[in-house]
Ligand binder design. Structure first.
Ligand SMILES: [Zn+2]
Length: 177
């Protein structure tokens, strides 16, 4: 039995997202499940070191897979290293394996399942859009500041021209005397 305390540690450590496929609680519409990396059926413990926060799909596909020896393919263990070592996210939303472990994990957990690929693609598009909007806002602010400086410069120029005219007047007045 996993205590509520352990459950919360696991959730927070995973930033409330599936550690295999990155779908968040918000996106899944509820809390996710807790996977025993070494299954309970194979004496896996309830210690946080053996626990992975996982969406129900990933948990289902992983099942009680656990390699007993090195001759069978390895499954990526999020506790033992970051995903960047094993996978790379392509712009079309698909995951591509960088290692044998990555390759096997994508197959076993079906990390390129259609709705997930579509979800990643949408997320990437949103990120791009957010970046574009932020750039637009920065540019607009910059332009406004430039216009303000331009107005100030024009006022300054006006004052200088008036001063110049006054000086010329004084000069001609003294000439004509
Ligand atoms: Zn998942």
């Amino acid at each position: 039995m996993i205590s509520n305390e352990t459950r919360n540690i696991v959730r927070q450590r995973a930033k409330f997202s599936c550690e295999y496929c990155d779908v968040s609680e918000t996106e899944a519409g509820g809390e996710l499940t807790i996977d025993h990396f070494k299954p309970q059926s194979k004496d896996g413990s309830d210690e946080p070191e053996n626990l992975i926060y996982a969406c129900s799909r990933c948990n289902l596909y992983k099942g009680d897979y656990f390699p007993e020896n090195y001759s069978v393919p390895n499954l990526w263990n999020p506790r033992k290293g970051s995903s960047e070592k094993h996978f790379i996210l392509l712009t079309n939303g698909e995951m591509q394996a960088l290692t044998k472990t990555g390759e096997f994990t994508i197959l076993r957990l079906r990390l390129n399942r259609k709705p997930l690929v579509e979800h990643r693609r949408q997320k990437q598009l949103q990120t791009e859009e957010t970046l574009l909007i932020a750039r637009y806002q920065t540019l607009t602010e910059l332009l406004m500041r430039l216009s303000q400086q331009q107005i100030e410069l024009l006022e300054e120029q006006q004052k200088l021209l008036e001063a110049q005219r006054r000086l010329l007047n004084i000069f001609f007045d003294s000439e004509t005397k």
